[in-house]
Design a protein around this ligand. Structure first.
Ligand SMILES: Cc1cc2nc3c(=O)[nH]c(=O)nc-3n(C[C@H](O)[C@H](O)[C@H](O)COP(=O)(O)OP(=O)(O)OC[C@H]3O[C@@H](n4cnc5c(N)ncnc54)[C@H](O)[C@@H]3O)c2cc1C
Length: 469
């Protein structure tokens, strides 16, 4: 009998990683990809791991959540990150790549692995036997999306057109907003950011002038009426926003004792309360413009954005309702989901999710418990998986790697500390937990010494007082 087999659908960021990880665990892998015979609205080539938009794999700043995520991928033996470093182009502290060289590097690595067979062709349904990883991304071909929808129920495969920005709680001006629910109903769950008449009018005028992201052809004219971007609402009339996501009815500003002229509501994004979502503020403006405009709202004048708003077709499952740890389907342990379709957002997040699904699928094919393929909660990958599987399914939205996802530090409330000190403690805790977990996985760890050296150099510089990170 040959090695156990894993089938992976989609040779994007997640699928390539899933195939690579499963092969490293000793499984034979068939990697199915429909391109180039059939494309998507955003892919342009038949290359594996094509970057559909920006060429940035985000920050390498050693105290950032994306740095930690990259370190975890490297230690897990990622196939995409070494290709990214080899294809790096100058972009400051960002890891940005020449996209063609990047994909070519991934293709070479996959071709060098005898256990992986790349099979060109679309898959329209997940067959009823065998171990499968579905890694077909935000632009999953319609027939397969319909198959998943049949399995999961009509409400549980989201076609999401616009997403609202998320801000860090600690960057809000709490003196310029107030906690209250509309009409005083049940608690003070929302933070309300009031604007006076002049502030509102200036905001709407700036919105109408703002520079917009040039949409892909498929994005044009596809707005859902229930989910309109704020710039589209502003175009419909000067008061449209005041009757929509900026409506002040049912709210009284304690600072004035009156109803505000307009009001933006912020809703908690996570249980820790470290992140807030701008309710109904989906937008398609360029990121720089979003920051400039939203900082015109007094409570947001120093806002830091954990995620900007965006607009595109995004097929993802309601993960907390349908996935268990290891991102496999509840009730069908031989089907794993990986990448953006699980509700992670971003190239590196998708790649990381692919590694975990590939390891879990290989373990399942080998007759092992896939559970140990999930890193501890303190790590960035562990926090992402926790977010996917333990969030409230009623408010589930895709998410990037960010510090707001990791569990709070012990003693953090009683001893306030700088952001630098906090992020350092998050990182040290995460690296320790990851390194303690890794040996039990049964694969040869990958090399992250370059990132570790970079972090050590930055810390030494900070200790010497040369730089304030
Ligand atoms: C328009 C747009 C812009 C984006 N911009 C950014 C950005 O700037 N930065 C960022 O970090 N993220 C961006 N994203 C998100 C990005 O798609 C993900 O970060 C990442 O590509 C997801 O990886 P994935 O492997 O899950 O999906 P993908 O990389 O999309 O890979 C999925 C693969 O599955 C294949 N496939 C689909 N259906 C089938 C089928 N039925 N049979 C066989 N093969 C199939 C596809 O051809 C594709 O190769 C963007 C997404 C979109 C749609």
């Amino acid at each position: 009998m040959g090695a156990p087999e894993v089938q992976v659908i989609g040779a994007g960021l997640a699928g390539c990683e899933a195939a690579w990880a499963a092969a490293r665990m000793g499984a034979r892998v068939v990697l199915h990809e429909m391109r180039p015979a059939e494309g998507t609205e955003a892919h342009r080539t038949g290359d594996p791991a094509e970057l559909v938009c920006s060429n940035s794999l985000k920050s390498l700043e050693p105290l950032s959540a994306p740095w930690l995520l990259k370190r975890e991928l490297l230690r897990l033996g990622s196939v995409t990150l070494p290709a990214a470093f080899a294809a790096r182009v100058p972009a400051g502290v960002n890891l940005s790549v020449d996209r063609a060289a990047f994909s070519a590097g991934v293709a070479r690595a996959l071709a060098s692995e005898a256990r992986i067979e790349m099979r060109r062709g679309r898959v329209d349904a997940v067959p009823g036997s065998g171990v499968w990883v579905v890694a077909t991304g935000p632009l999953t071909a319609p027939a397969l999306a319909a198959d998943l929808q049949r399995r999961l129920g009509a409400d549980h495969l989201y076609f999401y057109d616009a997403i609202a920005p998320i801000v860090a709680a600690e960057s809000l001006d709490l003196g310029a907003c107030f906690a209250a629910n509309r009409w005083g109903r049940g608690g003070d769950d929302y933070l309300n950011c009031p604007l006076d008449k002049a502030g509102y009018e200036a905001f709407v005028a700036a919105l109408l002038e703002a520079e917009r992201h040039e949409p892909h052809a498929f994005e044009k004219g596809r707005f859902f009426e229930g989910c309109l971007p704020i710039e589209e609402l502003a175009r419909r009339g000067p008061d449209t926003l005041r009757y929509g996501p900026m409506k002040p009815v049912g709210l009284v500003d304690p600072a004035t004792g009156r109803r505000p002229y307009a009001c933006v509501q912020l809703r908690r994004e996570n249980a820790a309360g470290s992140l807030y979502n701008l309710v109904g503020f989906q937008t398609h403006l360029r990121w720089g413009e979003q920051a400039r405009l939203l900082r015109m709202i007094p409570a947001l004048r120093a806002a830091e954005f954990a995620r900007y708003g965006s607009l595109h077709r995004n097929t993802y499952v309601n993960a907390p309702a349908h996935l268990e740890a290891g991102t496999r389907l509840r009730g069908d342990g031989r089907v794993f989901l990986a990448g953006q379709i699980t509700g992670v957002e971003g190239y590196v997040e998708s790649a990381g999710s692919g590694i975990l699904a590939g390891l879990g699928a290989a373990r399942a094919a080998l007759g092992l418990d896939p559970g140990p393929a999930v890193p501890p909660r303190e790590t960035m990958l562990g926090s992402l998986v926790h977010y996917l599987t333990a969030s409230d399914p009623r408010h589930f939205q895709p998410v990037n790697a960010m510090w707001g996802l990791v569990p709070p530090l012990e003693g953090a409330e009683s001893a306030p500390e700088s952001k630098y000190a906090r992020f350092l403690r998050y990182r040290e805790r995460a690296v320790g937990a990851f390194e303690a977990w890794l040996p039990g996985l049964g694969i040869e760890p990958g090399d992250a010494s370059g990132l570790d050296a970079q972090a050590e150099a930055a810390a030494a510089e900070a200790r010497a007082g040369k730089a304030a990170p």
